[in-house]
Design a protein around this ligand. Structure first.
Ligand code: AMP
Length: 559
């Protein structure tokens, strides 16, 4: 056998630190602006950021943190959180970002499961830390992201981040670590059972940053000022803290105030061109803008993902405010980006209605990710835009297994996402449901997301969820649960009539329930499991009508 001829290029490892080092060296004076917990606006540059990230690395090493150990964060989007990203991963420790909106018991579980050595926290979370600390005896220290003057009064002894960082000189070289070493640990939000950890590597993080930066993916650029509303505690803010230094984009961090007014003012004052967040956040922003009668003067593009972007929201952004919406799909297990909605040259020559229909979908895969839909027998389904199937993915930034779990989640080398989708002839993905939320009516599948999108387009609807409700003849039929927009009225009949001509007749929900609010997960997704529980005993009018004629229930009082 002949020896394979190896390439003769430099073997430079793909390390997370190289992203910040690149920005510090080549975009050294580009700004990072943060609205701080202290109440003011903090500004510095990539050069300053790298300097302080190095000081943090020195401080953590001095505290005895070893490469491979986990250092956790409980923090909003801000410059200190960015320093924590790089100051931990930079010397081989693992940055474990924790979602503070989870229940304290879940957070304690996560900290203990991850075996975190230290936890860095924003002072807003001091009361939470006091609840967590007694449950997490193995944590060696809790570090408040503040100077001594801003250390909060708390029962848990806390160190001051600024004191620790200030004691170091930053004279430190990032070590060349193996690119397969772990970089970040992110737990899924765990709507059922305990959260599971996705452990990224330096290589997967850097490749994901490359992919995210491509023009037909997020398409970040040094000409952008990017404001990630998506939290840095949720799947690394979709990779923006890595793609921004890679491309040299200016970063603007909103801190803890994510209401419409605060976001709008920050976007305007910092001339933000690019943003990213979940639909719920944009709802708040758009409501504020409508009431205040204001427009964007600099925002050009925004990524919307995490849940399906209602087409009505997409239209408002594009038609009323001239902002391009990039609908994106992904998940924690995918670092998170998988698909984004951007048109090819040929697609952009088609009639406007066709272009819009494509852009409402979750989009085209980025290089690096491959996807397929499979039927119940595991066989691949056609890409015809009609066949629904379980969505499977694979690629260098998709997980192989969960942290500290032995069993493989993969099926034939592919990761089953738990989402149900169609893929059309244009290779555009359309997520129709989580597999457990699909509504199965008489053996046919109805997409709850499509039904919610129609309801949301009604002017009197603030939020909508569609769930399966038991039905004697069809097994399940859709029930629409609606929160009315303040000051608006709408009846059940008017809402059901609103569906006419927009979806197949047999998809139209059987009933509407009005509620004051809908349950959400810690990452802002609808908690349909809880909603189904709430409406477990709901009787559909159509079920009552059918019951008298149904052979299964006729004359059976127990049914
Ligand atoms: P997470 O791991 O918390 O980011 O959640 C990932 C899940 O969110 C996916 O598996 C989808 O069910 C859902 N999701 C994310 N983006 C979208 C989107 N654009 N449309 C519909 N569902 C989405």
């Amino acid at each position: 056998m002949t020896t394979p001829l190896l390439g003769q290029m430099m073997d430079v490892p793909l390390t997370v630190s190289s992203l910040l080092a690149h920005a510090a060296r080549h975009f050294g004076s580009t700004e990072i602006v943060s609205r701080r917990i202290e109440g003011d606006l903090h500004r510095y540059t990539y050069r300053d950021c790298e300097q302080r990230a190095k000081q943090l690395a020195q401080a953590l090493i001095a505290l005895g943190v070893e490469p491979g150990e986990r250092v956790a964060t409980l923090a909003w989007n801000g410059y200190r959180h960015l320093e924590a990203y790089y100051g931990t991963t930079g010397f081989g420790a693992v940055c474990h970002t924790i979602n503070p909106r989870l229940f304290p018991d879940q957070i304690a579980y996560i900290i203990n499961h991850a075996d975190d050595a230290y936890v860095l926290f924003d002072t807003t979370f001091a009361p939470l830390v006091d609840v967590l600390a007694p449950q997490c005896p193995k944590v060696r220290g809790w570090i408040a992201l503040a100077d001594t003057a801003h250390l909060p009064a708390m029962q848990t002894p806390a160190l001051s981040y600024e004191t620790l960082v200030g004691a170091q000189d930053g004279d430190y070289e990032w070590p060349a670590i193996d690119e397969r070493q772990a970089s970040y640990l992110c737990y899924t939000s765990g709507t059922t059972g305990n959260p599971k950890g996705a452990l990224y590597s330096h290589r997967s993080t850097v490749l994901h940053a490359f992919g995210a930066s491509l023009p037909d993916a997020m398409g970040l650029s040094a000409r952008d000022a990017v404001l990630p509303v998506v939290p840095m505690f949720h799947v690394n803010a979709w990779g923006i803290p890595h793609a921004a230094p890679l491309t040299g984009a200016k970063l603007v961090f909103p801190g803890k105030d994510l209401d419409g007014k605060s976001l709008y003012e920050l976007m305007e004052s910092e001339r933000v061109t690019y943003s990213a967040g979940v639909p719920t956040v944009w709802l708040g922003l758009l409501n504020y803008m409508r009431e205040a009668g204001v427009k964007f003067s600099s925002l050009q593009r925004t990524v919307i993902g995490g849940s399906a972007c209602p087409p009505a929201m997409l239209r408002t952004f594009e038609d009323d405010y001239g902002v391009q919406v990039i609908h994106a799909w992904g998940m924690t297990e995918m670092s998170p980006l998988g698909t984004l909605s951007k048109l090819t040259w040929e697609q952009s020559q088609r009639p406007l209605a066709e272009q819009r229909a494509l852009l409402e979908k979750q989009g085209h895969v980025m290089y690096g990710v491959d996807m397929k839909i499979v039927g119940e027998d595991g066989r691949e389904l056609p890409w015809d835009g009609v066949a629904f199937g379980d969505l499977h993915v694979r690629g260098p930034w998709v997980i192989d297994r969960y942290f500290r779990k032995d069993d493989s989640p993969l099926a034939d080398g592919w990761f089953p996402t738990g989402d149900v989708a169609t893929i059309d002839r244009d290779s555009f993905l359309h997520i129709t449901d989580r597999s457990k939320d699909v509504i199965k009516s008489g053996g046919e599948w109805i997409s709850s997301i499509d039904l919610e999108n129609v309801a949301i387009a009604h002017p009197a609807v603030a939020e909508a969820a569609c769930i399966a409700c038991a039905h004697p003849r069809w097994t399940e039929r859709p029930l629409l649960v609606v929160v009315k927009r303040a000051g608006f009225e709408v009846t059940r009949e008017a809402l059901l009539a609103f569906y006419e001509g927009k979806v197949a007749k047999w998809w139209i929900p059987d009933d509407v329930a009005f509620v004051d609010e809908l349950p959400h997960t810690a990452t802002g997704k609808l908690q349909k499991l809880k909603l189904r529980d709430i409406f477990r005993d709901h009787v559909l009018p159509s079920a009552l009508a059918d019951e008298a004629n149904c052979p299964l229930t006729r004359g059976n009082p127990a049914a």
